[in-house]
Design a protein. Structure first.
Length: 126
């Protein structure tokens, strides 16, 4: 079990380092399709594994978690944490949906520990 200190509404946590990979997204505009290169949180899938067998990341950024509220539940149920999640990519740009997320207090504690799988950092310059 993971135990964390009591958390309160408005508190902000920074989970760093967090792996990011370069990705290309195709959008369709008035003049036809065009591609935009950017960052996405996570690592590359197994077809791109390194020689060591670990997933690859092209850079490291941050995950920012902001507590909206903590809701205690009756009986044997664990408390629920309502939070917002944002990302800061390796270039320092902030992004993420302003969507309230919910999880149990134990899972939130696991989120604070960082990315849970080993990965190899392979810096790619665009």
């Amino acid at each position: 079990m993971i135990s964390i200190q009591p958390i309160v509404a408005g508190e902000q946590f920074v989970v760093a380092p967090y792996p990011f990979v370069r990705s290309t997204v195709t959008f369709i505009g008035e003049e036809g399709p065009y591609e935009v290169q950017g960052w996405r949180p996570g690592t590359l899938t197994q077809e791109f594994f390194s020689s060591r067998g670990d997933p690859l990341a092209h850079g490291e950024g941050k995950q920012l978690l902001t507590i909206v509220t903590v809701c205690p539940l009756p009986g044997r149920y664990q408390d629920r944490v309502f939070y917002l999640r944002e990302w800061e990519d390796p270039d320092g740009k902030m992004f993420g949906k302003k969507q309230v997320r919910i999880c149990g207090i134990q899972k939130f504690g696991a989120l604070l520990l960082g990315y849970k799988y080993p990965y190899v950092l392979e810096v790619v310059y665009a």
